[in-house]
Write a protein that binds this ligand. Structure first.
Ligand code: ZN
Length: 454
């Protein structure tokens, strides 16, 4: 049993003072008592720690390397993707594990308690499967064992290179699965995850409607009868046009009409929607997985957060390409994108809740739902996914209530994170991950080598 005590904590009913939180040996919250005398580990501000609901870990090592313009007149998502594929050729199992451990460590230091890893490299360079088809899934699991970050692993189902069922292009053969090989891979991933703590989850991720045809999608969905299902959807306008041409409907429109989309589902990006699609997605109970930094980096467009949240839609935050790991900046970028479009301020605030508070509530609950993780609030029975902010910092001194979260999102940054617990595992102390040195040293050796050969 671990005892925590905080001067101020964000509970399901709002802010409370002098809060004692008891964590049992399994990592679940056993009791929450406001108005308690100080005892145990003392912190100033305690929050439910959100899940990072969308990550491709290996892309972290590519950050900063794709910001020059190519030979084409304009750079785009699609030119970025070609570079990303080329980089992939240099990554084997050891490299993937080292990068994943590093990015998971950074996520913990940023205030995330868990990650939903949308894992789509399955095969060796050239496209042949590894002897263990789930070798690379096992490496993601091994990285989580090193970082301690909670893991929802989402092996990706990737059949085709486009809606016309064309074969995968060079560079995509490491992703390829059929419904049969994917079932094997999924079973192997389940075996690999068995060694991780009890908060670990396994879901599935059909890559996109371009990469999975209707029959393939129907074939793999039974693997996730009670587990998370994530899919990239409507990120780019070209994808909308491709779906319209081949299936006569826009991506979100098609998915809602042809798949059993409900609260198990997380639609990643959902950037390109018409208002009717936005309202229908909100009504489905699925989570919209927003990745504001990556969507900005790739020039995707702006999610209609005003309409979606106004209709009761659920959202969460993902770091996707991992070009930058920053929870505070994801929140800021999301709100600022809405302000720039709507020419307003505090656009995503709600009556009685400031912008920072509203966003925190939404992403804590939405992220937990998307990851199939019993967390997202400081309440008995849930995993102890907790983040403490440093109330003595200049950015937070003298603040209380919602302004703490506004200052974190708009004035401060992730350096305000002092502690992070993932299902009770105390991973970050005084802003530093407990295994920062060995994880960082391995990553430094790796990226130095990779960058020198580009
Ligand atoms: Zn993605």
């Amino acid at each position: 049993m671990t005892l925590l005590w905080a001067e101020s904590a964000l509970l399901p009913g709002g802010w409370a003072e002098n809060v004692r939180v008891e964590i049992d040996d399994a990592g679940r919250i056993a009791a929450v008592t406001p108005g308690a005398a100080p005892e145990g580990e003392r912190r100033s501000i305690l929050l439910p720690a959100p899940v990072n609901l969308h990550s491709h870990a290996f892309q972290r090592a590519l950050a900063g390397l794709t910001e020059a313009r190519g030979p084409d007149a304009s750079d785009s998502f699609w030119t970025w993707r070609r570079l990303m594929y080329r980089f992939l050729d240099r990554l084997g199992p050891d490299e993937i594990e080292i990068i994943a451990a590093f990015v998971q460590m950074q996520m913990a230091e940023a205030g995330y308690a868990a990650v939903a890893e949308f894992h789509y490299i399955h095969n060796a360079q050239g496209g042949a499967p590894y002897d263990d088809r789930a070798e690379l899934s096992a490496r993601i699991a091994a990285a989580a064992a090193r970082s301690g970050l909670g893991l929802t692993l989402l092996p990706v189902f990737y059949q085709y290179g486009g809606c016309d069922r064309r074969a995968l292009a060079a560079g995509q053969d490491r992703f390829h699965t059929t419904p049969e090989t994917f079932a094997d891979l999924h079973a192997g991933a389940a075996r690999a995850l068995a060694a991780l703590p009890a908060d670990t989850r396994l879901g599935i991720a059909p890559h996109s409607l371009r990469a999975a045809d209707p029959e393939g999608l129907a074939a793999v969905l039974p693997l996730a009868a009670e587990a998370p299902i994530h899919i990239h959807v409507a990120e780019q306008q070209a994808e909308v046009e491709e779906l319209l041409a081949h299936r006569g409907a826009r991506p979100v429109e098609w998915l809602l009409a042809n798949a059993p989309v409900d609260a198990r589902w997380c639609l990643i990006h959902a950037t390109q929607m018409l208002p009717a699609e936005t309202l229908a997605l909100a009504a489905s109970g699925a989570v919209a997985g927003l990745c504001p930094i990556t969507e900005s980096s790739l020039g995707d467009g702006i999610f209609d957060g005003t309409r979606f949240l106004g209709a009761g839609g659920r959202i969460g935050i993902g770091s996707d390409s991992n070009i930058r790991i920053s929870l505070s900046e994801e929140l800021r970028t999301l709100e600022y994108s809405q302000r720039l479009r709507d020419r307003g301020r505090a656009v995503l605030a709600a009556p009685g809740r400031s912008t920072g508070r509203r966003l925190w509530d939404e992403i804590a609950q939405g992220g937990a739902q998307a990851a199939g993780r019993a967390s997202g609030a400081i309440a008995p029975g849930l995993w102890a996914d907790l983040v403490a902010l440093d109330g003595t910092s200049l950015d937070l001194a003298g603040l209380g209530g919602d302004t703490v979260l506004d200052s974190f999102a708009f004035q401060g940054d992730d350096r305000l994170v002092s502690d992070l617990w993932s299902a009770g595992r105390h991973l970050v102390h005084d802003g530093r991950h407990t295994a920062r040195e060995p994880i960082t040293a391995a990553y430094r050796r790796l990226v130095t080598r990779l960058r020198s050969t580009l």
